[in-house]
Write a protein that binds this ligand. Structure first.
Ligand code: ATR
Length: 269
C-alpha cells in the first residue's frame, strides 16, 4: 500500500492522482520518477476523494495550487462533468482521466495510450481485436479502436449491456455471444473478473498462433486471464504498459514536454 492523503489533509503539491480507493495506485511512484528524470522539482501525490465529495475536494485542490490531476476509479465520470473544455472523442467516451485545473480542461489519455501500446506490440489495424467487457474502460476502447480503423469483436457477460453500448456509441463492432478469440490478433480484457479470480472462460485453443492477450488490470502476479492465455502460448501484456502510456500522455499534456517512458516503466517494474 502506498502513502496517500485524505483530500482535506492534502499537502501543497503540483500534481496528484485522485480516486477511491487510491492506496494501490502506482501513479505517484511512476510520475514522481518521470518528474525527477525531467529535472523538475514538482511534487506528485495520491489523494483519496470519495465520489460524494468530488466538487468540494476539487475546489480545495484548486485553492492549494494544484496544476494537474490524474483521475481514476470511480471519479472519471465526475471529472467529465467537472471539465469545461475537452476534445470530441473525450465527449463520446464520457470519462476523463486527466484534468488541468487552471482552465478547467480535461482529456482522456487512456484511449490513445492503449492504441500506442497495441502498436508497440505489433497489433495494427484492421486487427481484428477481441474486446471483453462493457464498462467504462470498454467504452473508451470501443471509441479508440473503431476510430483507429480496427475491426472489433466484442463480448460481455451481460450481452444486453454491450449491445446498448455499441448502439449508443454508433461504433461498428460485432457483438459475440461467446468470448471467441478465433481470428483475433489480440484479445483485450477490460472486465474486473480477474480481480476476483474468476475465469472469463475464453476457449484459448481457438486463438490464432502468435495472438496477444492484454489485461487492463495489473497486479504483482499475472492475472488469471493472462495466465490462462500464456498457457496456450499467447504473448501477454499487463496493465502496466497502459499505465505508463496514459501517464506519459498526461504529463506531456500538462508540461508540453515528452515524458521519459523508460524511467516510468522501470519505476513500477
Ligand atoms: P470499468 O468501468 O472499470 O471498465 P465496470 O463498469 O465496473 O468496469 O464494468 C465491469 C465489467 O466487468 C462489466 O463488463 C462486467 O460484466 P457485466 O456487464 O456482465 O456485469 C464485467 N465483469 C465483472 N465481473 C465479471 C465476471 N466475474 N465475469 C465476467 N464479466 C465480469
Amino acid at each position: 500500500m502506498g502513502a496517500f492523503y485524505q483530500w482535506r489533509e492534502a499537502p501543497r503539491a503540483e500534481f496528484a492522482v485522485i480516486g477511491d480507493p487510491i492506496a494501490h495506485s502506482l501513479s505517484p511512484v511512476m510520475q514522481g520518477a518521470a518528474l525527477r528524470a525531467l529535472g523538475l522539482p514538482h511534487r506528485y501525490v495520491a489523494v483519496r476523494v470519495p465520489k460524494e465529495e468530488f466538487e468540494p475536494a476539487l475546489e480545495h485542490l484548486v485553492e492549494l495550487g494544484y496544476q494537474g490531476l490524474n483521475v481514476t476509479v470511480p471519479l472519471k465520470e465526475h471529472a467529465f462533468r467537472w471539465a469545461r473544455t475537452m476534445g470530441d472523442d473525450d465527449r463520446r467516451i464520457g470519462a476523463l482521466n486527466t484534468l488541468r485545473l487552471e482552465d478547467r480542461s480535461g482529456t482522456n489519455t487512456d484511449a490513445p495510450g492503449f492504441l500506442e501500446v497495441l502498436k508497440e506490440l505489433g497489433v495494427t489495424p484492421p486487427g481484428p481485436v477481441c474486446l471483453l467487457g462493457a464498462g467504462g474502460s470498454a467504452r473508451a476502447l470501443l471509441v479508440a479502436l473503431s476510430g483507429a480503423g480496427y475491426a472489433v469483436r466484442a463480448y460481455n457477460r451481460t450481452l444486453a449491456k454491450l449491445r446498448a453500448l455499441v448502439r449508443e456509441l454508433g461504433v461498428d463492432a460485432r457483438v459475440m455471444e461467446q468470448p471467441d478469440p478465433e481470428g483475433c490478433v489480440a484479445v483485450v480484457n477490460t472486465t474486473s473478473a480477474g480481480m476476483t479470480g474468476q475465469s472469463l472462460g475464453v476457449p484459448w485453443s481457438r486463438a490464432p498462433k502468435g495472438a496477444l492477450a492484454v489485461d487492463l488490470f495489473y497486479a504483482t502476479e499475472p492475472t488469471l486471464f493472462l495466465r490462462e492465455a500464456q498457457g496456450f502460448g499467447l504473448t501477454i501484456a499487463d496493465g502496466r504498459r497502459m499505465l505508463v502510456a496514459q501517464g506519459a500522455l498526461s504529463l506531456a499534456w500538462w508540461l508540453g514536454k515528452t515524458a521519459p517512458r523508460e524511467a516510468m516503466l522501470e519505476a513500477i517494474s
